[in-house]
Write a protein that binds this ligand. Sequence first.
Ligand code: ZN
Length: 520
Amino acid sequence: MYTCMIGKENILPAVIFCRISSRDQELGVSIESQLASTYEYCKRKNLTVIKEYAITESSVRGDRKQFKEMIATVKARKGKVAIVVNCVDRLQRSYKDSPELDTLRRKGKIEVHFIKENLILHKDSSGMDIMFWNMSVLMASSYVLQLADNVKRSMRYNLSQGKWQHLAPLGYINKQDKEGKSCIETDEARAKIIKKLFKEFATGLFTITDMTDKAKEYGLTQKKGTPVIRSTIHKILTNPFYYGFMAVEHGNKLIPHRYEKLVSQQLFDKCQSILRSRGKKGIKKKTPFNPKEFAFRGLLTCGTCGCTITCEHHKKKSGKEFIYLKCHHTCPTRPCNEPAVNEKVLFQQLDEDIFQKITPERVEAVNAEIGKIIKSLDSDYKNILAGLEKEKEKLESNKSKLLDLILDDVISKDEYEFKLSKINTELAIIQSKISEKPSDLTDKLKKLQHINRVLIHSNEILLGSKVCTKNAYLNILCLNQQLSNGKLLKKVDFPLNLLTEKPTLSILAAPLGFEPGFSP
Ligand SMILES: [Zn+2]
């Protein structure tokens, strides 16, 4: 039982981690309320706060400097440290931080306390708790995805209105209009110089280096006031923004904008043909596909020979891209005949064989069954508690009877003290039983209900998320299976089997650690 691990004599040092992103700030989420509840929690749990982190940081963008600093602090300290956070999404919104946290957890270096989720991760955490953690990260990351979707949607709208939403190019300035909305205006002084540069470059007499010198001479500076460099000038002379167009989708698409044009299209085109004739490159090409990221990476083995199935990315002559999975059998004398299979086929199979079976009705039916078990556990606990209270009452009454006996001189002082200490010991035992947590089984079952509700959305999660999230999700679902003749072989594991097969108590029992013979 977990409560035994933090005895009264060893008080655990704790690091408090509170985080808001700049967007949370807008939404009115405060760091103060997080601090208040984490401190209150530490006091209640007898944790000694050694450091607090109250930070503003995005959990998905950038390299999370302050999160890393917190981890370094924890690592540098001798012995185990508790990390206390309000809820999972305050600590992480993606799986990228999970491996490091999990390694430290398994080593017994950290304990992570998630207050809202009522979850404490430690060295001996159950598989259920780990799954619950992963699911919560997933929920937090899909919130990020949703947020990103909303941002993308509003960006698309703004683009259709000819609005540029990034830093304005040199010659323009980002401002706020009377209503406080961001807008872009012409930066007259710089605009004048830029017009001049285009005209002079179009004569074909000057190189980019010459133009850089000229720009400096005319007094053109970067927005921060620093001198312009060669690459800045190249950027200016190739940016279609100056003749009225915004380059989007890695420069593959041009959309007209609503701001002042500094040059004509003819002048711009002339500059481009001069650049091309000198072999200068135009706008950068699309970023290539990252070959390391595959949804099924490391999850499947070959049903014929047992080797790992590898994922490969291919591009057809038509430009169509696809991923196929293949047995990685390297022995040349006994080649494996396992056919390659398209990733899409496997997703389709997962959907048909597993995910389509997980309907909201099915989940609610299973959760109702789990609810019954929780209820019976609760009433069992209430009965036990009532019994304990009764015993306590009896002992208290014995205590007062004993007092009467010594006051009436019926028993000696030695006898009195001997019996009193016996009663007090019994009382202490009962008191500790009364204050014990009812059972973490109830807690596990409630978490299972929550996980089941997430599972309804499995297919959407897989369709809508990044490849690394897909990989992590398939891993959580224990869909690391065997592939044979283009089909997944193994039956599904807990907790998916609860929702796809007829749930029996035996399915439920093993992973939850029920006692044999337990009956709801
Ligand atoms: Zn094989």
